[in-house]
Write a protein that binds this ligand. Sequence first.
Ligand SMILES: [Zn+2]
Length: 192
Amino acid sequence: MAALTSTQVLDLFRRVGALLEGHFKLSSGLHSPGFMQSALVLQHPREAAALGAALADAVRPLGADLVMSPALGGIVIGQEVARALDVPAIFAERQDGALALRRGFTVAPGARVLVVEDVVTTGGSTRETMDVATRAGGVVVGAGSIIDRSGGNQGLSVPYSSLAQVAFPTYQPDACPLCAAGSTAIKPGSRA
Ligand SMILES: [Zn+2]
């Protein structure tokens, strides 16, 4: 299968209405006029598989033994990357506010872990998932996401791959010009 270009990935998001414009509160706490609602793309298994295969091609040289994703946003793409790499996929989920492995998931000592999620903005949840993998005994060899909206500022300490870059501005809530103009940030996907 031919590699997906960044343009093709963004066209796919646009086609299913997953590229939203407005005033959003991101999971990082930052505000932004743009949001990538990956679940609207990943609900289509064929598209999810294609994105997973493309991301797997980019990270294959890292030789991962295991994919770990943060729940919920990272689970579907993590599964698809793992399928393409033919390795297991597990996920970390929030328990008392912190990401943790539950459900009996374990990491073999020294296992080479690839952290996968849908969108990287600040890199915060990727870093937190990397910490979970390390504490569980793994060695994090890299990270990947469908969309990189960090503007190159994700600051990850491992090799990082994405399929497309998006340059929406992000603002601290107290410095958000959209808030200053009187509108209220909404949490994407929630009922307004
Ligand atoms: Zn705002």
